[in-house]
Design a protein around this ligand. Structure first.
Ligand code: G3I
Length: 347
């Protein structure tokens, strides 16, 4: 077995987030790697509300159409990302002509329009949808988004109902980050129960898994898997990456840590061997956990092909370049991939 897609076959899908340049022929080297090395794809941006539906009566289908066709051509599982998210959504979605918040009825109708149009267009061609993204704060309370302000927590239920109505065969997912945080995980488990009690289809919880060198711990990640498994829901690792740089969310002075400093960007010239080894081990430890739970983990998706294209360059601190994914800046597969393949084969 030469690729992670092959090595994980029968265990889970192994996916990658892609951008339009990677499917429309602008970056052919990347196109080929994505087609060859992965069994699943998800669009990094082009299906989100803002890019696909920038104004009330205007949709941009071009990038999304090409993305779905690319996955079909390469026999990859295609995930839709994401239907309802407080970020990357036009302000028009929530306001009337005077700029005031719309009524609950109008927002519900706009959600219905958006979801039935987008899901309906690709009916039968998308394996599953991230229906709602990031509805919770890390402390387990509902995020005070426009959706929540106008419709309360029921906006989540409506989104799942509308998506199911538009494509009854598509799997439906709830997706969030820091799922390893106990209070947040508990809130998600509660949501899953409520959705099921209301008769909604929910197939899996997506754990984004944007990780750092020290957090989450392997134990915390496993504890979250246990809770989700016990709740009777499957798990997707939807946006996996491990930043090798110091995390500005850590440490004594969080606010100052978000400013560029040498201390926060220590590997500009080269990554010391010991740090690279630590990153490799962390990748392998997490990957081992995904394999251990392969009865409930249906897909593992890396958020970006290479260190060139990762969203973590310049985020959350401008001026930094990160090294969080499986291919390097020259589109070469990192040595850790061979280790992962070996590990998957043993399972
Ligand atoms: O497409 C425009 C382009 O027309 C414009 O010229 C350019 C100028 O800034 O911006 C382009 O849009 C950018 C877009 O990525 C495409 O490159 C946005 O500014 C930028 O904000 C956007 O960032 C994306 C981010 O979501 C938005 O919040 C990242 O690429 C994407 O990786 C990231 O993905 C999210 C997941 O969807 C949900 N979970 C968290 C994850 C990381 O934030």
């Amino acid at each position: 077995q030469k690729t992670l897609a092959e090595a994980t076959k029968g265990k889970f899908l192994f996916g990658v987030a892609v951008n339009p340049q990677q499917v429309n022929g602008v970056n052919p080297v990347e196109t080929e790697l994505i087609a060859k090395e992965f069994s699943a794809i998800v669009p990094e941006n082009c299906m989100k509300p803002q890019p696909i539906h920038p104004e009330e009566n205007r949709y941009n289908w071009d990038d999304a159409d090409k993305f779905v066709a690319f996955g079909e051509k390469n026999k990859q599982a295609v995930t839709g990302h994401c239907l309802m998210w407080h970020s990357q959504i036009g302000r028009w979605f929530f306001v009337d002509a005077e700029g005031k918040d719309v009524s609950p009825e109008v927002l519900k109708e706009r959600m219905h329009q958006h979801i039935s149009t987008v899901v309906g267009r690709y009916k039968g061609r998308i394996k599953g949808w991230d229906v709602v993204n990031e509805a919770f704060e890390d402390n387990g309370t509902y995020r005070n988004s426009k959706f929540y302000q106008i419709l309360g927590k029921d906006f989540i239920k409506y989104a799942f109902q509308f998506a199911h109505e538009a494509d009854p065969d598509a799997e439906l997912y709830y997706n969030d980050y820091n799922v390893e945080t106990p209070a947040k995980c508990d809130a998600i488990v509660e949501l899953v129960k409520e959705l099921k009690a209301a008769g909604c289809r929910i197939d899996a919880v997506g754990s984004q898994a944007h990780m750092h060198m020290n957090s989450p711990t392997l134990e915390a990640a496993e504890a979250s898997f246990k809770k989700l498994k016990d709740a009777g829901v499957h798990i997707l690792i939807t946006e996996w990456d491990i930043s090798i740089l110091p995390s500005p969310y850590d440490g004594a002075n969080i606010a100052a840590n978000f400013k560029y400093s040498k201390e926060m960007d220590p590997y500009r010239e080269a990554i010391p061997d010991s740090i690279q080894q630590k990153w490799n081990k962390r990748m392998l430890d997490m990957f081992g956990l995904f394999l251990k739970y392969d009865d409930v983990v249906d897909r593992v998706t890396v958020w970006g092909l290479s260190d060139n294209t990762t969203w973590l360059n310049n985020f959350p601190i401008r001026g930094r370049k990160d090294y969080p994914v499986l291919f390097d800046r020259n589109n070469q597969r990192k040595p850790v991939v061979d280790e992962m393949i070996k590990m998957a084969k043993k399972y």
